[in-house]
Design a protein around this ligand. Structure first.
Ligand code: M6R
Length: 588
């Protein structure tokens, strides 16, 4: 949450455009406001705007600023509303600072600084850091000493970039729990992710927690938390790390939905499960958030059925606060698209501290992310960069890895998995049918999703997808649970979206749909050709390709993503950047 970028030119060229380009790639991390600061011959110059980056770009057209060194920020508000005063960079007389994270002791620091006569113009925790640096400069310290002293004074999570009027050729950076990579190329660049700095760099260094760096046009010096110089490995920038843009599509979300057959194909190619992987394992614990949690719920059905391993799935943000008991020889599997989610990372740390017999494995879409680096074993979802805030291709790639793991002792099912990319391609052809269906949903205030067995988590995921992008309140239920309460919600208007492929659960699900139909008029059924025969015209039917019922969670996710997408576009909402959300959730 929040994206930061910094650039030092090597040939005295203006860095403002490159900062904007970097921020554009980071907008998925927050879009409450954006801002940048540069140093020119007159000193520090700053420009900020509330809302999306385009507002800052428009301001720049009227009030251009130039500089050969600069920092930028795109904000997801934590402390203080989305106003210009609270937008970064935070600037004092002699320093400009951008921050991603949360400063936990900002109140104490602020009280102390206020007592010393320093004034504040924002409600943010970050401004305290800039003012603290100013105080140390006023005390006579040089920028390096002031920055180091500040690092010893603050507590919390951070990625900081700071520039000082007194030393206009250095960007000072530091990391604790919020990501930073430093890029080497046409210019020196620093960013929250590789995509934001890769345009002109060939190699990057990932900073680790406790690292601090000084970046100049000649390169970067890295230091550990005791401020001793350290060597950091440089990694070549490869295509899979780069956000290649929207291409022919109008939104990232639809591009990423369409990329699923290829993402699944690539994910199937890799991720071989080591022969002895489950040998010493007596149970599985899955930890994840949001959509990744829903993938974990599907994993539970598969692991228990095919590996006969008791499996628990927990929301990572709840897990470590209820003193959970971790049994020996548990495989702890964390699932994440971004590899950065703080709740998941903290849950991993809890496991590490409390049981050293566990194997900690991650299913992650971002190699070198914090979660990938702290896991003992990583399965990489080959979905490529996912930019749309709503997770789509990463989800089906996560399910693909889970299926490979769960079916590793079942050659027949492993074989069936190979049919999946083609079935997904066919399901994408349903877009036109789903476009029509969207008209029935776009003006509704609520929607209900029903599934049974391994499609129950897909009902939850379908509902999450619809609500997070279209703002229609949607809930997923296990169809058999309806009669225990939620059935009261059914009336003639509310869409009841039912997942009902043929197979062992068909009859039960069919009866649940009859019960819903007896009470409502807006029943929509996702089924296959065999199942479809049982439904007449009184329900709206979407017919998917037939596939082994174990694989339906992957296939049936796709039309539900399409539905969320088309409804949102019809409503005219910003599908790639839904309000209040950010793609990487790096605050608790
Ligand atoms: O990057 P992660 O998979 O760890 O993120 C977890 C959730 O924040 C994420 O899935 C979120 O729910 C998405 N907005 C869902 O589309």
């Amino acid at each position: 949450m929040c994206g930061i970028v910094g650039i030092v030119s090597k040939d005295n060229s203006n860095v403002v455009c490159d900062i904007i380009n970097g921020l554009e790639k980071l907008e998925y991390r927050g879009y409450d406001s954006a801002g940048l600061a540069v140093i020119d011959s007159t000193g520090l110059r700053r420009l900020r705007a509330v809302g999306k980056l385009e507002n800052l770009v428009n301001k720049l057209k009227i009030n251009p600023i130039y500089g050969t060194i600069g920092i930028g920020h795109t904000r997801w508000a934590t402390h203080g509303k989305a106003t210009e005063e609270n937008a970064h960079p935070m600037v004092t007389k002699d320093v400009a600072l951008v921050h991603n994270g949360i400063i936990e002791n900002y109140k104490e620091l602020k009280a102390d600084l206020s007592q010393k006569g320093y004034e504040f113009t924002s409600q943010t925790d970050s401004e305290v850091v800039a003012v603290y640096l100013q105080m140390e400069l006023d005390n006579g310290l040089r920028p390096r000493e002031a920055f180091r002293k500040m690092l010893q004074a603050v507590r919390g999570t951070y990625a900081f970039l700071a520039i000082f009027k007194a030393q206009p050729d250095i960007i000072f950076c530091a990391r604790n729990k919020s990501p930073i990579a430093v890029g080497f190329g046409k210019y020196m660049s620093i960013g929250s992710d590789v995509g934001s700095i890769s345009a002109n760099c060939s190699e990057i260094v990932y900073m680790d927690d406790g690292d601090y760096a000084e970046v100049t046009k000649d390169g970067a010096k890295f230091f550990d938390n005791g401020f001793s110089t350290i060597d950091k490995p440089r990694v070549a920038v490869t295509d899979d790390l780069v956000n290649l843009g929207k291409g022919e599509y109008s939104h990232y979300m639809i591009k990423e939905i369409m990329e699923q057959p290829s993402a699944i194909r690539k994910t199937l190619l890799g991720n071989e499960v080591p022969k002895e992987f489950f040998d010493k394992i007596s149970r599985i614990l899955i930890l994840a958030c949001g959509t990744s949690y829903h993938a974990g719920l599907v994993g539970k059905y598969w692991f228990e059925k095919y590996l006969k391993l008791p499996t628990h799935v927990e929301i990572a943000s709840e897990y470590r606060y209820r003193s959970p008991v971790i049994e020996d020889n548990t495989l702890v599997l964390v699932i994440t698209q971004s590899g950065e989610t703080i709740d998941t990372l903290e849950a991993m740390e809890y496991v590490r501290k409390n049981n050293n017999t566990c194997c900690l494995a991650a299913i992650s879409n971002v190699l070198n992310s914090a979660i990938s680096r702290s896991a003992d074993f990583v399965f990489h979802t080959e979905a490529g960069v996912e930019v749309g805030v709503a997770s789509t291709k990463a989800f089906t790639a996560q399910l693909t890895v889970l299926a490979k793991l769960a079916f590793c002792k079942n050659p027949e099912l492993l074989n069936q998995l190979q049919n999946l990319p083609m079935a997904c391609e066919s399901s994408l052809l349903l877009k036109e049918d789903i476009d029509k269906l969207s008209c029935r949903i776009k003006d509704c205030a609520n929607a209900i999703y029903l599934g049974r067995d391994n499609l129950y988590p897909i009902a939850l995921e379908g509902a999450l997808k619809l609500k997070e992008v279209s703002y229609i309140h949607a809930e997923g239920f296990a169809a058999g649970e309806m009669k225990h309460g939620p059935i009261a919600l059914i009336d003639d208007v509310v869409p009841v979206i039912c997942l009902c492929p043929s197979g062992s659960m068909f009859d039960k699900m069919f009866s649940n749909i009859q019960v819903a139909q007896a009470r409502g008029k807006n029943i929509i059924v996702f089924t296959d050709s065999m199942g479809g025969k049982s439904f007449d015209e009184s329900v709206e039917k979407i017919v998917l390709p037939s596939i082994n019922q174990e694989l339906c969670p992957i296939l049936y996710s796709i039309p539900l993503q399409l539905l969320a997408y088309t409804v949102t576009v019809l409503k005219g909402e910003d599908v790639d950047k839904p309000r209040n959300l950010a793609k990487s959730v790096t605050v608790e």
